[in-house]
Design a protein around this ligand. Structure first.
Ligand SMILES: *Cc1c(COP(=O)(O)O)cnc(C)c1O
Length: 347
């Protein structure tokens, strides 16, 4: 079953708890008000004040020169890789990381950039030794290794700063630039309980999603050095990603940076509560806002059907199911999910 089919079980009752992803969050009334009142201009001309403010706010917060507002995390990673690497150059990254596994290998297909995928350790990190061994000598038989791409959180796991630091250092020692796919950057910061900038300081560029746990309808931001962001801006335009009065969308991002970061720990707390219940019924991998649950014999189609009747939406995935907590799952939603699982497994 493809990813999209797996995402769409037909609800049979009113859905009060959608656990398919944190991308399902909807803009609330206050966010919509901020969007409606946004001052706008033509962002391709550089004169949308709200987009400019979003880009500079996030860049400053993370100690970088500049930012770029993009339509999605995939586009943000993609233009980031294109800005780092020329045709015939190579990125070392995790086999299971999003940029390698879930972005249709756009960097290779459209960008002429080669992937060198490495195995991801159990904690979500890449091993420094493996990174060092993957870097190519200057040899016409080989691509030029240019970039190390890391991810945090990975499958919800917040990779500790020391582990990331070792990987980054291996990349730096080999002369590589380092990019972070920080789709859930602020979930990582919340879980690591570190200063916001501590994670960003290790990386040249970072891609951050606004449309997951932060709850905006659309958008990601790439932050990094001025020259890199200028190249990324050109790639974004070439890819058709230059938006005009995008301040309506950027206003949601500014609102989210203000209002929706400190509450991410609530999602982590609710995920812990749900994970504790599910452990009675099967194998549970839980970190930050994500749970991977495998009952004995695996999830079958009757579980999402049963849950849907309790107002709880799961993906249609079988075997292992991924459950994601987010701002639109309230305590009522959480209890509906717990009741649903208990009645399914407990009889
Ligand atoms: C969601 C996600 C992205 C980007 O996804 P889009 O759907 O294109 O916004 C990138 N990396 C990771 C790790 C993600 O979870």
């Amino acid at each position: 079953m493809n990813q999209y089919a797996a995402m769409s079980t037909k609800p049979t009752a009113q859905i009060i708890c959608d656990l398919r992803s944190d991308t399902v969050t909807r803009p609330d009334a206050a966010m919509r008000k901020a969007m409606a009142e946004a001052e706008v201009g033509d962002d391709v001309f550089g004169d949308d004040p709200t987009v400019n403010r979003l880009e500079s706010t996030l860049a400053e917060r993370l100690g970088k020169d500049a930012g770029l507002f993009l339509s999605s995390g995939t586009q943000s990673n993609f233009v980031g890789l294109l800005a780092h690497c020329a045709r015939g150059e190579e990125i070392v990254t995790g086999r299971a990381y999003h940029i390698h596994k879930y972005e249709a290998k756009g960097a290779s297909v459209l960008g002429g950039i080669a992937f060198e995928p490495l195995d991801v350790a159990d904690d979500g990190a890449l091993e420094a030794k493996a990174i060092a061994a993957a870097v190519k000598d200057d040899d016409p038989h080989m691509p030029v290794t240019r970039l190390l791409g890391l991810e945090n959180t990975h499958n919800g796991m917040a990779i500790p700063l020391t582990r990331l630091g070792d990987a980054v250092q291996a990349g730096r020692d080999a002369g590589l630039a380092v990019h972070l796919d920080g789709a859930r950057y602020f979930n990582a910061v919340a879980a690591l309980n570190c200063p916001e900038r501590a994670l960003a300081d290790m990386f040249d560029s970072i891609s951050i999603c606004l449309s997951k746990g932060l709850g905006t309808p659309v958008g990601s931001v790439l932050v990094g050095p001025r020259d890199l962001i200028a190249r990324a801006r050109r790639w974004r335009k070439m890819l058709g990603g230059g938006m005009r009065q995008a301040g309506v969308l950027a206003a949601a991002g500014l609102y989210a940076l203000d209002q929706n970061i400190s509450r991410l720990c609530d999602d982590h707390t609710r995920a812990t509560a749900l994970a504790d219940v599910l452990r009675e019924y099967g194998d549970v991998q839980h970190a930050t806002n994500m749970i991977f649950f495998t009952p004995p014999g695996g999830v079958t189609a009757d579980l999402p059907q049963h849950m849907a009747a309790h107002g709880v939406q799961l993906t249609g995935a079988t075997g292992t199911t991924r459950l994601v907590l987010h701002k639109d799952v309230t305590d009522d939603g959480l209890h509906a999910a717990i009741d649903g699982f208990r009645s399914f497994f407990g009889g």
